[in-house]
Each structure stands twice: as C-alpha cells, then as structure tokens.
Design a protein around this ligand. Structure first.
Ligand code: CO
Length: 154
C-alpha cells in the first residue's frame, strides 16, 4: 500500500508541475476575435481555462465601414438569452451599444466599433460557472443571426 501511495503522490506532483508555468496560463486567459464588413466573426467559438481569474477579450474590426453602418461589439450571455438580449438591444440605440441599459442577462461586453478599430473588455470569471453554456453575439441590429458563437470555460 505504501508504494501505491507514493506513486500517486508523485503522479499528482508531476501533474501540478505540468500546469505550473504561469506566463502560459495568463496568455490563455486573453483571447482575440475579429469582425468584418461581411457581418461575420472570424471564430465560431472561444475557450478559456477555468483557472483564469480574469478573462480579456479583444475585438478587432478588420473592415472599413463605420460603426453606425457595420458596427460590431462582443457581448457575453448565457446561451438561452442570445435572441432576447439582441432583441432588447435594438431599441437601446448606438449610444448604449445596442444593449438595453441595466440588462442583467449581459455578463460582459465591449464597446461598439467600426472598421479599423479595436476594443477589449476584461471581466472576472467568478460570475461564470465552469462548463456552463455561454454564447457571445454582436448586438448591432440584425447582426446576431450571423454574428454569434459559443464561449467555453473549463
Ligand atoms: Co456586428
């Protein structure tokens, strides 16, 4: 029995060492995504480890059109809330980045940007559950049907 315990302890220690490098872990907590003039995100999903304390999402607009024509933002919600949050945001206007003020279904969001611009948002993972079902969308009116994806933590 003693031998087995030692083996397990060694395996646990090796496992801990394997995920120790903190610089690498920190990088994994920062993800990037782009939107273009074709009303598309370049990624259908984003994933971050549950070990992240904070997550930073950087959104690039690689197109040329202005934000009042082809604006993009990055908005995180629980997956079942995608359609309702997009719908509620239409009337909020661009000054509110097409998000209904005080909408508690919105877990994190960037500002809305036009071609050539970049924006980012940093938020704590504490509000999210590992393995939960989350999605991101662009709340510019009419965009979420094409501009959405799954956000995985865990
Ligand atoms: Co958009």
């Amino acid at each position: 029995m003693k031998t087995i315990h030692h083996t397990l302890a060694a395996a646990t220690l090796l496992g801990a060492l394997a995920i120790t490098p903190r610089a690498h872990a920190a990088d994994a907590c920062k993800v990037e995504i782009s939107g273009n003039d074709m009303m598309q995100f370049d990624k259908q999903s984003l994933a971050v480890p549950a070990t992240c304390k904070d997550i930073t999402v950087t959104l690039h607009h690689t197109g040329k059109l202005a934000k009042d024509v082809m604006g993009h933002d990055w908005v995180l919600v629980s997956t079942p809330d995608v359609a309702a949050v997009a719908s509620a945001g239409i009337g909020a206007g661009i000054a509110n980045t097409y998000i209904q003020p005080g909408d508690k279904r919105v877990l994190a969001h960037t500002s809305i940007i036009g071609g050539g611009e970049t924006t980012s948002v940093t938020f704590p993972t504490a509000a999210l559950k590992a393995g939960g079902s989350y999605s991101y969308l662009c709340t510019f009116p009419g965009h979420s049907a094409l501009m959405h994806g799954t956000f995985k933590i865990g």
